[in-house]
Write a protein that binds this ligand. Structure first.
Ligand SMILES: *[C@@H]1O[C@H](CO)[C@@H](O)[C@H](O)[C@H]1NC(C)=O
Ligand SMILES: *[C@@H]1O[C@H](CO)[C@@H](O)[C@H](O)[C@H]1NC(C)=O
Ligand SMILES: *[C@@H]1O[C@H](CO)[C@@H](O)[C@H](O)[C@H]1NC(C)=O
Ligand SMILES: *[C@@H]1O[C@H](CO)[C@@H](O)[C@H](O)[C@H]1NC(C)=O
Ligand SMILES: *[C@@H]1O[C@H](CO)[C@@H](O)[C@H](O)[C@H]1NC(C)=O
Ligand SMILES: *[C@@H]1O[C@H](CO)[C@@H](O)[C@H](O)[C@H]1NC(C)=O
Ligand SMILES: *[C@@H]1O[C@H](CO)[C@@H](O)[C@H](O)[C@H]1NC(C)=O
Length: 742
């Protein structure tokens, strides 16, 4: 009995002890919760902001706004450029740096946040997005997520390729190029970090205006297929409207802007080999240089993003299509020249060469944006919302009208895809607007990729299928099946993140559908903008009518004739969920795959660099002249090393500087870097692992006369047998030269 009792007693003791311990833990936890400020990244509250004095009534209505910019250039040599799919277009240097620009807006009480990122890249790929979201999760927990982060590409065709996981893009990128991918992932994350750290109370203003004489429709014949009654409602076959979102802090200090405008950044054509951000990037550069006075390009707190929109059929090459052999116009349904066929039909920009054209178009975009920014007075207020879904785009059932349904298809590219466009013709002799296959290519195709199933052929009708990408998966899926659809609202501004390139009329239909969906739920007057090239790349989206004539954009509408109708239905769904406050009930959809791409890349490795006998890396091979007039080009050539060595070096900032001698201090002052549009860096590979680097400075008329020098910065690689490669930084310096007035 005593024994039992003792045992019983000890049980009670244990229970009491456990209770005591539990109570201690609970009270300690309570103490911790009460007295230690919550970590902002797990709670969604910024501790700095919480500690600030309680905002006044006016302040408490202001958003929290953060802006950030970070480099995402990546390797500038030997890597294919993304956009034209031209195998000869392999990077050989840099004209301007590429940046990721991030904007965070939070509710006044920081209960909700949205992040918009615009990066100077061809497009956002699914692989890129998956990696960014994964890193954001490990860094910020649940603060920045799948649903409240939009990633958009400007669509420059002069950025490094290689950050894709689907086979079709691996083929044109020489595989998966980790340095390209890492540079973009790191740049995006860093820009978000900077925006996150810079969050401050501020206000948003919206403004809209027209940009004239900067675009043409490059498939006017397709546009004409749209119903006349619909076309009559618009004065132009491109959208000339630019939308600007201006951000200022509570004291009126300018923080940044996002501009959305529909234009292809293809002022630089498919012969360009210098990495750069094209016309939209040039507009960003001009705006940031103006607002960050006295700072080098890429520096300063003001951030200006020029983001893409419904640019699918919009070209900046406003001289229009001409036969390059005979000079006559080839503005016809097939973009076809009497002599030489489609390969001869090209459009050029307004300038003397492609860089000049880039600057002319970029300048026009900048000037309008600056006007709209300066005059913006319509304030954006009201709650934030974000809605996101993953959708299997290969089998979306679309309710076309009360009686008819349609279906999207497994992805496939038509013949006209291979024709390219008048902004960059294809490498083979294909012609746009082809409704019939070609027996030769049909045979090649059927042998190599397998004949498309009857179902897929019927589904894509009238598209003759050239690449049956939806029914092959060797070595990996060729095209995405799962895509992101995503919508933000910031007060009366709605941002629709579209995973591809909408044509002009497709964009108009989608904007209108979203606006009317909001209206049907009692939310009037939404300003809907299309953000292009977001989240995952799925080529083009034309209207059903444009699809019927199968020019390039239609042949590249990979999910078939009802692709646009499907997106309209899906985005209506997102708008409805936001308007009716039922976002939490939206099905999340099937998660996209993270493909373990292991196939060998075709990009050659970097061999150890070699300097010529009795020379060192950075030695001057061809020096500057003693004197230049403004408007001339100062140039120097150095013993070089592969620029790919520098791409992954965290401390590497620029391949070049142009420096001015300051008489008073006796110091050299950096005036330009490689982000400047007045400098160019060319790398030329020689024999036996030798190479040269040439730096050019196109001396602007506004330069201060004085003494200057050029410097070159690089890293050379040393590889000893059985040892890890080593990278050594070096620099080269030109002689001093004088710049005088003309
Ligand atoms: C392309 O085809 C057209 C006619 O179809 C022909 O005139 C032209 O010579 C061809 N060009 C090449 C490079 O084969
Ligand atoms: C690209 O532009 C350059 C001028 O910068 C021009 O010489 C060349 O012919 C153009 N090439 C194509 C394919 O448009
Ligand atoms: C998408 O749908 C197609 C057709 O129903 C199906 O074959 C495919 O497995 C789906 N893909 C994924 C990733 O769920
Ligand atoms: C419904 O759509 C089909 C297919 O586009 C079309 O043929 C038909 O005329 C439409 N019906 C109505 C009532 O609009
Ligand atoms: C596919 O279509 C062709 C021609 O229209 C026909 O001969 C063939 O039997 C069809 N195949 C299947 C599996 O239905
Ligand atoms: C990727 O594939 C390779 C080779 O098939 C394998 O060794 C590796 O573990 C895979 N990685 C992941 C993350 O699945
Ligand atoms: C610079 O000035 C020269 C001489 O006045 C002129 O010919 C040239 O067009 C100017 N360049 C620019 C870019 O303004």
């Amino acid at each position: 009995m005593g024994h039992k009792c003792k045992k019983h007693f000890s049980c009670l003791e244990v229970v009491l002890m456990v209770l005591l311990v539990l109570m201690t833990i609970i009270s300690l936890t309570l103490l911790v919760l009460l007295f230690i400020p919550k970590k902002h990244y797990t709670t969604g509250k910024d501790s700095k902001l919480l500690n600030a004095q309680i905002p006044s009534d006016a302040e408490s209505k202001n958003y929290l706004i953060g802006v950030g910019r970070a480099d995402c250039t990546g390797p500038v040599a030997e890597v294919p450029l993304m956009g034209y799919a031209n195998p000869d277009q392999v990077a050989r240097g840099i004209l301007s740096r590429l940046y990721s620009r991030a904007f965070i807006v939070a509710e006044p009480d920081d209960s909700k946040r949205v992040v918009f990122v615009s990066a100077d890249i061809g497009m956002v790929s699914q692989r890129l997005r998956l990696e960014v979201i994964k890193q954001l999760k490990s860094k910020y927990g649940e603060l920045y997520r799948q649903d409240n982060v939009i990633l958009s590409g400007t669509h420059t065709h002069s950025g490094p390729a290689g950050y894709f996981q689907y086979t079709i893009f691996l083929l044109t990128s020489k595989g998966l190029i980790k340095p390209s991918l890492n540079a973009i992932v790191n740049g995006i994350i860093k820009s978000i970090d900077i925006a996150h750290q810079s969050m401050t109370r501020g206000r948003l203003f919206i403004n809209k205006g027209l940009v004239e004489n900067s675009q043409i429709n490059r498939s006017p014949y397709s546009y004409l297929q749209n119903p006349e009654s619909e076309r009559k409602r618009y004065s132009s076959n491109t959208d000339k409207e630019m939308v600007v979102l201006k951000m200022v802090d509570v004291n009126g200090k300018e923080l940044g802007l996002i501009s959305w405008f529909a234009i292809h950044p293809v002022s630089m054509n498919n012969t360009n080999l210098l990495v750069n951000s094209d016309n939209m990037g040039y507009a960003s550069y001009l705006f940031e240089q103006e607002k960050n006075k006295g700072q080098l390009p890429g520096e300063g707190s003001f951030v200006a993003a020029f983001a893409s929109s419904n640019l699918g059929d919009v070209s900046p090459n406003i001289k229009g299509p001409h036969c390059i052999n005979t000079g006559e116009s080839c503005d016809n349904p097939h973009s076809y020249c009497p002599i030489g066929g489609a390969k001869m039909c090209m459009s050029a920009g307004p300038g003397t060469d492609m860089i000049d054209s880039t600057k002319i178009i970029g300048q026009k975009i900048f000037v309008e944006a600056k006007k709209l920014f300066t005059l913006a007075s319509q304030e954006i207020t009201g709650p934030l919302h974000s809605a996101h879904q993953w959708v299997n785009m290969t089998n979306v059932k679309v309710q076309l009208n009360a009686t008819y349904t349609g279906k999207t298809c497994k992805p496939a590219l038509g013949y006209s895809f291979a024709a390219g466009t008048t902004d960059g013709v294809g490498i083979l002799n294909f012609t746009q607007s082809s409704l019939e296959g070609d027996p030769f290519w049909e045979t090649v195709h059927n042998q190599v990729l397998g004949k498309p199933s009857n179902k897929t052929e019927e589904c894509h009708h009238p598209k003759p299928i050239l690449l049956n990408t939806g029914e092959i998966s060797l070595p990996y899926l060729w095209h995405p099946e799962i895509v992101d659809v995503q919508l933000f609202t910031i007060g009366s501004l709605a941002i629709a993140a579209v995973p591809g390139e909408l044509t002009t009329m497709s964009g108009r239909r989608l904007r209108e559908a979203i606006k009317s969906e909001f209206e049907s739920h009692g939310t009037q007057g939404m300003n809907v903008v299309i953000a292009g090239l977001c989240n995952v790349y799925t080529h083009y989206i034309t209207t059903y009518e444009e699809y019927q004539v199968q020019r390039y954009e239609a042949a590249s509408t990979i999910y078939g004739p009802h692709t646009l109708s499907a997106y309209i239905q899906l985005f209506r769904g997102l708008a409805k969920a936001i308007a009716t406050n039922t976002v939490q009930d939206l099905p999340r959809g099937p998660e996209p795959p993270f493909i373990n791409v292991t196939t060998l890349t075709l990009l050659p490795g970097v061999p150890a660099d070699v300097a010529p006998n009795s020379k060192k890396f950075g030695d001057v091979l061809q020096d500057v002249q003693p004197q230049y007039r403004m408007g001339q080009v100062a140039e120097a050539t150095f013993v070089g090393a592969n620029p790919r060595n520098s791409a992954e070096n965290a401390t590497h900032q620029t391949f070049l500087t142009v420096e001015k001698y300051e008489n008073i201090s006796g110091n050299w002052h950096v005036m330009y870097n490689d982000a400047s549009w007045d400098t160019r860096f060319y790398w030329t590979k020689g024999l036996f692992c030798r190479s040269t680097a040439k730096v050019e400075w196109h001396i602007p008329n506004t330069t201060e006369p004085g003494l200057y020098r050029i410097q070159y910065f690089g890293h050379y690689k040393v590889q000893r047998i059985l040892k890890l490669a080593q990278f050594h930084s070096f620099k080269g310096t030109s002689s001093v030269f004088e710049v005088i007035k003309f």
